[in-house]
Design a protein around this ligand. Structure first.
Ligand code: ACO
Length: 363
């Protein structure tokens, strides 16, 4: 917060409360995340992604859907999304999804919301296959969203452990207060532009490396370090160049991000991930030590993206698609927030302070 004469400016809006929400509570000092009344730790153990959709969307649409209804409606919507998206020329995963959202039916209803969720999975599936040089796979209407998403991306019927791990990921990232992408979605929703426009705004914010674009570069960092012996030097040099270590630090959490532990547990549930996980844990420890040395006054801890990277890698998902897979989970929250915004809408329109010239035009 910065004083500008007799008013205050807060460039990152971190001291501004811009919405009241029933959707999630991010407690940055205790390292707790509550999603619609449920502690993340509990939710992630017992809930399917379809149930989280029903939970987050409850009360915001005319119809309330059961888990089974949600699964059936998503299966139909994935088929329709595939027919739209398979015709789109090849581009990167984020563009494919952005185009998918553009082509998705616009409006504020449940049907449009389900179409957006289905589109995210289909876009991730098509993009993952294309990244591997393989043709897209059509959705399977008999599978729940997490299993079908994984099948469309990897080309094989996923094991129950793999499905459980991806489901845990989608649930974990489904909502997280007024993060940058959700705020962007709410701003657009506040103009009454419709759910697909709100989703496009959310996705466009998510893509940035300071938000949802971090996991690919985290794997690049782990690869570049190569062995634990190189870690201290490599990290010191990166910090000396003024670089940010991806997967560390958070605007709200001043302690360890609880989502990091939820995802670490999910990775541990996967066979054959232990070697990479052990290596990554060593690098994580070195990074935390070096960050504390360099920025002793800051509390820079591991965030969700570090273990996102390890989880999605263990599931054999190509790195190019990671942010798109993040959107497959976060779309639940973007839609819930857009609907919540509309329920008591006031156009979001902050003020700015003009610091440019006052030039008189020549007569
Ligand atoms: N590596 C190195 N330095 C860092 C890091 C980091 N990961 N995080 C913060 N810092 C330093 C910055 O250099 C900055 O110093 P400066 O202002 O002198 O440049 C200072 O600490 C800022 O600290 P904060 O106020 O705590 O950070 P802020 O709230 O501005 O940023 C952010 C939070 C963007 C997440 C930041 O920690 C970061 O860039 N992390 C790396 C990217 C990342 O992992 N993003 C994913 C976040 S989780 C998510 O969005 C789903």
């Amino acid at each position: 917060m910065e004083a500008k004469g007799d008013i205050f400016m807060d460039a990152g809006l971190e001291t501004i409360i811009a919405a009241e929400t029933v959707l999630s509570d991010v407690n940055g000092l205790e390292g707790r995340l509550i999603i619609r009344g449920h502690d993340l730790d509990e939710l992630v153990k017992h809930t399917s992604f379809e149930e989280v959709l029903a939970l987050l969307w409850g009360g915001f649409f005319d119809v309330e859907l059961s888990k089974e209804d949600m699964k059936a409606r998503l299966a139909i919507a994935r088929q329709a999304a595939f027919e739209r998206l398979v015709l789109v020329p090849e581009t990167n995963a984020i563009e494919t999804l952005r185009i998918g959202f553009c082509l998705s039916p616009d409006g504020d209803g449940l049907e449009e919301a389900i179409a957006l969720v289905a589109t995210s999975a289909v876009a991730a599936g098509i993009s993952a296959r294309r990244a591997l040089g393989l043709p897209p796979l059509a959705p399977d209407p008999n599978l729940p969203q997490a299993a079908d998403l994984l099948r469309m991306m990897t080309g094989k019927m996923p094991s129950s452990a793999a499905t459980k791990a991806l489901n845990a990921y989608l649930v974990t990232v489904s909502d997280h207060g007024l993060n940058a992408s959700t705020f962007a979605a709410r701003v657009v929703a506040s103009t009454r532009a419709g759910l697909s426009s709100a989703a496009i705004a959310g996705l466009s914010a998510l893509k940035g490396p300071l938000h949802g674009g971090a996991p690919g570069p985290i794997l690049d960092m782990l690869d570049a370090i190569g062995t634990p012996d190189n870690a201290t030097d490599w990290i010191d040099q990166a910090l000396a160049r003024g670089e940010r270590l991806m997967g560390f630090g958070h605007r709200v959490y001043k302690v360890r991000d609880p989502r990091a532990d939820a995802l670490r547990l999910a990775v541990l549930g996967l066979p054959s991930s232990s070697g990479r996980l052990n290596y990554a844990s060593v690098i994580e420890g070195v990074a935390l030590t070096q960050l504390a040395k360099r920025y002793p006054a800051r509390q820079l801890e591991t965030n969700v993206e570090f273990y996102t990277a390890l989880l999605l890698e263990a599931l054999e998902i190509p790195r190019e698609v990671f942010t798109c897979v993040f959107a497959c989970g976060r779309i639940a929250g973007w839609i819930a927030h857009a609907k919540e915004q509309l329920a008591t809408n006031r156009l979001i329109r902050p003020m700015s302070i003009y610091s440019g010239p006052h030039t008189k035009m020549a007569a």
